[in-house]
Write a protein that binds this ligand. Structure first.
Ligand code: ADP
Ligand code: MG
Length: 729
């Protein structure tokens, strides 16, 4: 069957698609597949449980004296649920998660096989680190790393497709020299830096109760779903995650309502199934809805402590993918799967919370609490102002470049939206020249009435990359396919650093004898003035903002190859070192890995595009060309009889000829450029070359192919079209 015939078969089948084939959802218990607190309490000896709780509460490492006991309980629990294998589940720097399954079985000296899982296996596995990207950091003798359970994230069971299961142990991945080889270790370190810096602020405000402060995160994950059979017919989707060719559907084809009933049912069945799976894994999926683009959806869980939230987002992506597969659907997590159609992102909702359960970005009930709130708020403004380039770098990828700066997503310019009321307050603090009678000043400012006002202040700016939304910040520029670890590591470290600076300055004021509230307001005033350029309340998608931002001196780095430089900029390196989040070597490693990934992504895209043009698009075009030629010949032989003209056919033939020759020429240009690029030794130069020469050429090369798609008869066009993938399900 030709690909075109297959497409038409799929169309027929989808029309008859019934949901009856899907098994009915069973009743499940929340977290039944996690080794959570309840299970630990049941299965562990009291003293071990207490020690483990303490470890988790403090965010400390697992105490070896209890490891054996915990491992044993974990194994017994897992085996009782049909588990046969275990794996350390970790985040290497590829953006995915890694696992290597080991069976519980071990061979005894007498040849007996027994099931065993000891403390040292819980604490460290030994995957061979040499095949994970390290950014050229590792010499051979230190090529080995180990993984270690992060006890603050509960172990969980992933069930096999036909029963049986794998015990997954969320882990960090470190080299023997102590270098972080993964994304989670720096994330945990950044949590520690927030803890220290924020506690110091709380103590300044006389809070002696809170014993720990943690960042919290909740991710709104966007994704596309298309019929799996279409996906299989598109090598570009399979290999690169996005369509490298494809004519944009004509405007006004948003006739989804037409299909709405059907779409809803098939997708709803998928969502319910995925959510149930997540539910069993202790991931509280809370909201689901359709997104702007056709076939685009969103899922968001209830927020959690940062490292758990980050693990959950990885799990959400994995479970969505698996479930989609089971439902005959393909999950597209790429930031821009379809040209001319809105792309996908991830809204990273971030806040900080103390051990007493107080959200520190929630204005309090008293003026003092509100002043403390303003300290955290201004520290965040300072973090984005000082380290906006680093935040931009943390979300940079070839995929996300398609989105940032298009008219649909927050731009590559980092700015903060605060809303009218907070803006007013900050402006008042800025204007309050000498803050003498602070009590009066505070009442004048209206910060004693903050909470109710903010809650009412529901008008939101949807275009801001970094928006305050009542009691949290929403970092909206994160890519849909990316791990949230790095952006949150950078954000947490930068905020911690700003909190340190502000605390130091308040201390200095107090030493001079300034009264407390006045001291705080003086310091805030200084930073409010300094950070003003990154506050923007208008439309971030507009051309005017780009110009205005340039006038304000804000960076606007559109391509990843250049944005990544922020990882090695001295001011950023200093800050991350100061906060003990990265070492210089670890940063350089990440810088190199990301440059390499950028180049590789584009390299694969070029190869795939040239390949599908050569092996599918051109042959289809040539077929139509020869059909037209023989039709014209036939026509000419009879035209004397009826006096008709072959002109329309000749015109089409002209168009086809033109597109074929454009396509051949541009493909040649593209592969020549690629060849040149691949010869560049230095990865930084290479990435820049790709950014400057390959990215636009990819677009230029697809153009004649997209033109052909609108000329060539449907029954010889080799690929599913946007109109099929996005409007039929
Ligand atoms: P929207 O932004 O679309 O209005 P929601 O208000 O439902 O969406 O929140 C989006 C996400 O923000 C959810 O994942 C939610 O759990 C998360 N969230 C809410 N409060 C916090 C918080 N204090 N810290 C981190 N994330 C939070
Ligand atoms: Mg939101």
């Amino acid at each position: 069957m030709s690909s075109a015939e297959m497409r038409h078969e799929i169309l027929k089948e989808i029309a008859q698609e019934t949901l009856d084939k899907l098994p009915k959802l069973a009743r499940v218990r929340f977290g039944e597949n996690t080794f959570n607190d309840q299970v630990m309490r049941e299965k562990l000896p009291k003293d071990v449980y207490k020690k483990l709780r303490e470890t988790i509460r403090k965010g400390a490492k697992l105490d070896l004296s209890i490891a054996n006991s915990v491992a044993h309980a974990m194994k017994e629990w897992a085996i009782s649920k049909g588990v046969t294998h275990f794996t350390h589940w970790f985040q290497p720097q590829t953006g995915l998660t890694a696992e290597k399954h080991d069976s519980f079985f071990e061979l005894e000296a007498d040849g007996q096989v027994i099931e065993r899982f000891k403390g040292d296996q819980l604490v460290q596995g030994e995957p061979d680190a040499s095949s994970f990207p390290s950014g050229g950091r590792r010499t051979t003798f230190e090529a080995r790393g180990y993984t270690m359970w992060d006890p603050s994230s509960p172990a969980f069971i992933i069930e096999g497709p036909n029963g049986g299961g794998i015990l997954c142990i969320p882990s960090v991945f470190i080299s023997y020299t102590g270098e972080a080889l993964d994304k989670k270790t720096p994330l945990l370190r950044s949590m520690e830096s927030i803890n220290k810096a924020a506690l110091r602020v709380l103590r300044l405000f006389g809070n002696t109760k809170a014993s720990r402060v943690v960042p919290t995160v909740g991710t709104e994950q966007e994704y596309f779903l298309i019929d799996k059979r279409y996906f299989n017919l598109r090598p570009d989707l399979r290999l690169t995650g996005r369509t490298l060719i494809g004519a944009e559907p004509p405007k006004g084809q948003q006739l989804e309502d037409h299909y709405f009933g059907t779409i809803k049912e098939r997708v709803l069945a998928f969502m319910q199934d995925a959510e149930q799976e997540l539910y069993r894994l202790g991931v509280p999926a809370k909201t689901r809805h359709n997104e702007v683009a056709p076939h685009q959806y969103e899922i968001a869980p209830i927020f959690a402590e940062l490292n758990v939230g980050a693990d959950r987002n990885q799990l959400i992506m994995e479970i969505l993918r698996k479930t989609a597969n089971r439902h005959g659907l393909a999950l597209l997590l790429h930031e821009k799967p379809f040209k001319g159609v809105n792309g996908s992102g991830k809204h990273n909702n971030w806040s900080i919370s103390d051990s007493e359960g107080n959200n520190l970005l929630d204005p309090g009930k008293t003026p003092e609490e509100n002043l403390q709130f303003l300290v955290f708020l201004v520290a965040i403004l300072r973090a984005v102002y000082q380290y906006g380039d680093l935040l931009r770098a943390s979300i940079a990828s070839a995929g996300n470049d398609h989105r940032l700066g298009a008219n649909e997503a927050p731009p590559a310019i980092m700015s903060v939206f605060l809303g009218e009321r907070l803006t007013e307050i900050l402006n008042d603090i800025k204007a309050g020249k000498e803050i003498k009678k602070t009590e009066e000043f505070i009442i004048d400012l209206g910060i004693s009435k903050l909470p109710s006002i903010l809650r009412d202040n529901t008008d939101r700016n949807r275009t801001s990359p970094f928006a305050f939304t009542g009691n949290k910040f929403e970092f909206r520029a994160v890519g849909s396919a990316a791990s949230i670890s790095l952006p949150n590591t950078v954000l947490s470290a930068a905020v911690a650093d700003s909190l340190d600076v502000i605390s130091d300055e308040i201390d200095a004021e107090l030493k001079k004898g300034t009264e407390f509230n006045a001291a705080v307001l003086n310091v805030l005033k200084k930073h409010i003035i300094e950070t003003e350029p990154i506050r923007f309340e208008g439309n971030n998608y507009s051309k005017e903002w780009e110009e205005e931002a340039a006038r304000r001196g804000l960076p606007n780095v559109k391509r990843t190859a250049y944005a990544l430089d922020a990882f090695i900029a001295p001011k950023n390196v200093d800050m991350l070192l100061r906060q003990n989040v990265f070492s210089k070597e670890e940063l350089e490693a990440r810088y190199h890995i990301r440059l390499e990934q950028y180049v590789k992504t584009l390299d694969i895209e070029v190869d795939t595009l040239c390949d599908i043009i050569q092996t599918s698009v051109l042959p289809a075009a040539l077929k139509y060309q020869s059909y037209l030629i023989s039709s014209i010949k036939d026509f000419q032989s009879i035209k004397q009889i009826n006096g008709l003209s072959a002109a329309p056919m000749e015109e089409t033939l002209q168009k086809v000829n033109q597109a074929i020759s454009d396509l051949a020429q541009r493909c040649h240009e593209l592969s020549t450029a690629l060849k040149k690029g691949l010869e560049i030794d230095d990865v930084r130069d290479q990435a820049r070359y790709f950014a400057d020469h390959i990215v636009d050429l990819l677009e230029k090369t697809r153009e004649p192919a997209d033109r052909l798609e609108t000329i060539i008869p449907d029954d010889i066009w080799p690929f599913p079209k946007y109109s099929e993938m996005l409007f039929i399900m």
